[in-house]
Design a protein around this ligand. Structure first.
Ligand SMILES: Cc1cc2nc3c(=O)[nH]c(=O)nc-3n(C[C@H](O)[C@H](O)[C@H](O)COP(=O)(O)OP(=O)(O)OC[C@H]3O[C@@H](n4cnc5c(N)ncnc54)[C@H](O)[C@@H]3O)c2cc1C
Length: 401
């Protein structure tokens, strides 16, 4: 009977395992290989305190559905042999493989970037501790902030959210006037979001930054980061380097560039030059027809500086299509399910929020546009089950600490 292996247990790997388990025939074996033994909600990271209450045990969760689990991590894929080598030396044979290993932060591509250098990152729950500790020191001794997303990043909403949440937190401490803030982004303009804007995202985000007195540099290339200084080249339209900046900072959070996992790097026909998985409309690799991909690891046509951001709504549609296609392939039918590509972005602005919806296929209302207000903040908090709703009886302020 068929052996299905899923690499990754995040926003796409975990639901893929559950959906495949729902439709599994007796004797079919599903195994999830992850790099971690606990699930943590990555999308909640802008709010999470060092006390992380959102994790749960993956082996137990998947075991209830009859899904096998290994936290050893994938070391190398051999798609010619249908075999996956794990970091503990074990080799797993598969009939169908789903790659759902997410985006890997590539801090090493910019000198001084990342938790081992001089900037913070929200991309992984493990990075949060240093982020929060340093923020507490910063509150005691404030100075300039540089926040944003570097070239090769494909996830911009957390950068904007961080900027707005920092602004809100500083105002609560009556410190905002002592903290010059600069938003640095590789996006061609603020509000581009990796998809050339959605509705009025350009105007709305620019207005929100202006209202909060946050300066910005768009079309930026971060050259290097030194202790307390970020060196940035600002480009003019057309890609010409127009201006150099040396931005002093006391606190910085920058979304990094992303790439795929090492286990697939350089496999001709499977991964592109950055290790993202090549797929057809049915999320199936064109060369290795028993390999599917879902989530942020899927290669997409990205603009030169900014990769395309895949949101949870898109991921949900991808997982659904992959599960249906795998069932069809195993049952001898031609896979035909295609995901809908509805970018829905919801950004928290501290006590309020902005939501952008682009729904070319018409399943959502409004089909294209922007909304704003407290409801966005509330929906973000409740969706992530952290923080609280302002004004509610149990309301507690949401702090970065
Ligand atoms: C800070 C942040 C906030 C975000 N906020 C939102 C949001 O609010 N709304 C939204 O829609 N989208 C958001 N996104 C974008 C996107 O929805 C998330 O990144 C989402 O988690 C991507 O899902 P994924 O399954 O592709 O990757 P992930 O959820 O990152 O999962 C990847 C999995 O692969 C595993 N893995 C990695 N390497 C290996 C290996 N070698 N072997 C085996 N397993 C491996 C990891 O352990 C993990 O389980 C956010 C992204 C970030 C970074």
């Amino acid at each position: 009977m068929a052996r299905i292996v899923i690499i990754g247990s995040g926003a796409s790997g975990l639901p893929a395992a559950h959906e495949l388990a729902e439709s599994a025939r007796p004797g079919e074996q599903i195994t999830v290989v992850s790099g971690q033994s606990t699930f943590r909600a990555g999308s909640a990271t802008p709010w999470l305190s060092a006390r992380d209450s959102t994790g749960f045990d993956l082996a137990r969760n998947l075991g209830r559905k009859g899904v096998d689990f290994s936290a050893a991590g994938a070391r190398r894929l051999d798609p010619g042999r249908n075999q996956l080598e794990l970091a503990d030396g074990q080799r797993l044979d598969y009939d169908i493989l789903v790659i759902a290993a997410g985006p890997q932060p590539a801090f090493d591509e910019i000198p001084g970037l990342g938790p081992e250098g001089y900037t913070h990152s929200l991309c992984h729950a493990d990075h949060l501790h240093g982020c929060v500790q340093d923020w507490n020191r910063f509150i005691a001794e404030p100075g300039p902030i540089v926040v944003g997303a570097v070239q090769g990043a494909s996830c911009f909403a957390p950068a904007y959210e961080s900027a707005f949440l920092m602004d809100a937190e500083l105002r609560q401490h009556a410190l905002r006037e002592r903290v010059p803030m600069t938003f640095v982004t590789a996006e061609p303009y603020v509000g581009h979001l990796g998809v050339d804007g959605i509705g009025e995202s350009r105007e709305r985000i620019a207005a929100a930054l202006r209202e909060r007195d946050i300066a910005w540099i768009a079309n930026a290339h971060v050259d290097r980061v030194e202790s307390g200084v970020m060196h940035v080249t600002e480009h003019a339209a057309g890609g010409r380097a127009a201006r150099q900046h040396a931005l002093p900072f006391r606190y910085s959070m920058m979304m990094p560039p992303f790439r795929g996992i090492d286990a697939v790097a350089g496999i001709e026909g499977l991964a592109n030059e950055r290790g993202f998985i090549l797929v057809d409309d049915c999320l199936r690799n064109p060369r290795y027809r028993n390999i599917y991909a879902a989530g942020a690891t899927v290669a997409s046509a990205a603009c030169a500086a900014a990769g395309e951001h895949k949101t949870a709504y898109m991921i949900d549609a991808m997982v659904n299509a992959v599960a249906r296609n795998i069932r069809d392939q195993l049952d001898g039918r031609e896979p035909e399910a295609r995901p809908t590509w509805n970018p829905v972005r919801v950004a928290d602005l501290g006590a309020a929020g902005l939501a952008f919806v682009a729904d070319p296929e018409g399943a959502l209302q409004p089909a294209h546009g922007a909304g704003a207000g407290d409801w966005v903040h509330m929906s973000r908090c409740s969706a992530c089950d952290v923080g609280s709703v302002p004004g509610s009886p149990e309301a507690k302020p949401i702090h970065l600490r």
